[in-house]
Write a protein that binds this ligand. Structure first.
Ligand SMILES: [Zn+2]
Ligand SMILES: [Zn+2]
Length: 266
């Protein structure tokens, strides 16, 4: 399988050496690994942490891609989308020959999800609805990406005892997001970092994965979002079963921004 979402030490929030990550992935039997380090313009309070030198990053990853013969390495980027930084984010995406671009929403209304600022003072219904509405706005404004990152990230950072996101409560938003992705030929990732954050499920969870298939979505990427070697390919066997159960026959990774399908049928 391919791990389509990995952070190296180029990202300010990761210390994972890219060479060590590749070596670990190879030993685990992964077929490929995509580095998708962060571009998050105007991240509240942490502007420097999530901005990296993409000239250096791009050169480094090109060399790594060339040097690795036993496992495929891909040069990617995870773009934190906010409506007011779309233009400069697009410029970076266009400037480098990435294999994969993940579009993610980490900040809503200039409030950080991660530190709880966004949810503070809102009911669960208010914050989940506004988050999903913002995701829809962001993917309408910024369309130069291949895969939407962790669709229900709000579950990971919501400050509520019950973090579940039942599709019936937010169906209009979820269907609008999934339909937009499908009509634009874009995919979703199955991000297993949910397990690290005690969600007991990937992001998105099974209900949304199944809904994407029901609506004829075909592009699903297996993603660990690992920032340390022990989480590379985390729970991928479990995800494979989940995808088969939802009716998928293939997983997808991206090479040179083109989807490549691999059978997961046994
Ligand atoms: Zn992310
Ligand atoms: Zn990430």
């Amino acid at each position: 399988m391919f791990d389509c979402h990995v952070h190296s030490s180029f990202s300010g929030d990761s210390n994972m050496d890219a060479v060590l990550a590749v070596e670990t992935a190879r030993k685990m039997g992964l077929k490929g690994i995509a580095f998708t380090d962060h571009l998050d313009y105007d991240y509240p309070d942490y502007d420097d942490v999530f901005l990296i030198d993409f000239n250096k990053y791009s050169e480094y990853m090109d060399r790594l891609k060339q040097d690795c013969k036993e496992i495929k390495v891909f040069k990617g980027i995870e773009v934190g989308i906010q409506p007011h930084v779309v233009k400069e984010s697009l410029e970076v995406v266009k400037k480098y020959d990435f294999d994969i671009v993940i579009g993610s929403v980490h900040v809503v209304d200039k409030l950080d999800l991660h530190n709880g600022d966004f949810c503070r003072g809102k009911s669960k219904k208010e914050s989940y609805s506004r988050y999903l509405e913002a995701v829809l706005e962001c993917i309408s404004l910024f369309d130069d990406f291949d895969v939407l990152g962790h669709i229900d990230l709000i579950r990971r950072y919501g400050c509520y005892d019950d973090k579940t996101l039942s599709i019936n409560d937010y169906r209009d938003y979820i269907d609008a997001i999934l339909n937009k992705l499908i009509s634009d030929g874009k995919g979703i990732e199955i991000n297993t970092s949910g397990f690290r954050y005690k969600l007991d499920s990937p992001m998105p969870d099974y209900e949304i994965i199944k809904r994407y298939r029901e609506l004829n979505g075909e592009i699903v990427c297996t993603s660990s979002d690992a920032h340390t070697p022990e989480y590379l390919g985390y729970k991928f066997d479990y995800i494979r079963e989940l995808l088969l159960k939802a009716g998928f026959k293939y997983t997808t990774h991206f090479e040179n921004r083109k989807p490549v399908f691999t059978s997961i049928a046994s």
